[in-house]
Design a protein around this ligand. Structure first.
Ligand code: HEC
Length: 206
């Protein structure tokens, strides 16, 4: 009888102790030797306490402005979203390895551009029909689209312009060029990428 009492008393004590450090609600519970789990040194992937030195309390540093990810050099777009960037984009052109198989440019145009610009760039897509602010030029066969440097279309696809939003989320760099070539094709301006060999697209610092 005595030993049964001891055991049940022991179990109650154990239950009380073990529920004491269960995390509930805002209580994070107890940790054994947290200074072993969380380095006091600044390590990029270890975020114990809020870092008091770096922005946003991050241990990780932000990349230096203009940093290009390894392997992305050829598709890096060097100009920022500003009037100067748009002006500089005039010299940006098709990458040297440009290719457009199976009319992918036309296919992507059908998905992302026709809702506003219409199947043949007549600015007669459903959204423009409903009255959203149309461009000043009437259609893609206009002189404006015939003559606009491809780099500036790239800039607009990347950042957007007025009522046209950025399409960078949907079109990776090579797909942007494919769509641009299709736009130029629609305009009748001659579709072939010019001066691909001198492309500034492969020289990010130009
Ligand atoms: C939400 C409607 C909308 C969609 C979708 C849209 N555009 Fe536009 N686009 C516009 C408007 C509005 C302008 C005029 C912007 C301005 O100059 O004010 C424009 C301008 C342009 C221009 C002229 C660029 C410049 O720099 O002046 C081109 C080329 C163009 N669009 C192509 C495209 C392509 C290609 C797509 C699909 C990837 C697309 N647009 C999707 C609304 C749209």
């Amino acid at each position: 009888m005595k030993s049964v009492l001891y055991i049940s008393a022991g179990m109650i004590a154990l239950a009380a102790v073990s529920t004491g450090c269960v995390s509930r609600g805002n209580n994070t519970g107890w940790e054994y030797a947290p200074d072993m789990a969380y380095s006091k040194g600044y390590e990029p992937y270890n975020q114990g306490d809020s870092n008091t030195v770096n922005p946003y309390g991050m241990s990780m540093r932000e990349p230096v402005a203009g940093t290009v990810a390894i392997g992305k050099e050829a598709t890096h777009y060097p100009y920022d979203n500003s009037a100067d960037g748009y002006e500089a984009a005039k010299s940006f052109t098709y990458p040297a390895d440009f290719e457009d198989k199976n009319e992918r440019g036309k296919y992507l145009f059908g998905i992302y551009c026709t809702p506003c610009h219409g199947a043949n760039g007549g600015n007669d897509g459903e959204i423009f029909k409903k009255g959203l602010g149309k461009p000043a030029w009437p259609n893609f066969q206009d002189k404006y689209i015939k003559e606009i440097p491809v780099g500036q279309i790239y800039h607009t696809l990347t950042y957007g312009k007025n009522n046209m939003g950025s399409h960078a989320y949907a079109l990776k760099p090579m797909d942007r060029w494919r769509v641009i070539r299709y736009v130029k094709q629609l305009s009748g301006a001659g579709a072939e990428p010019a001066a691909a060999k001198d492309s500034t697209a492969v020289k990010p610092n130009n």
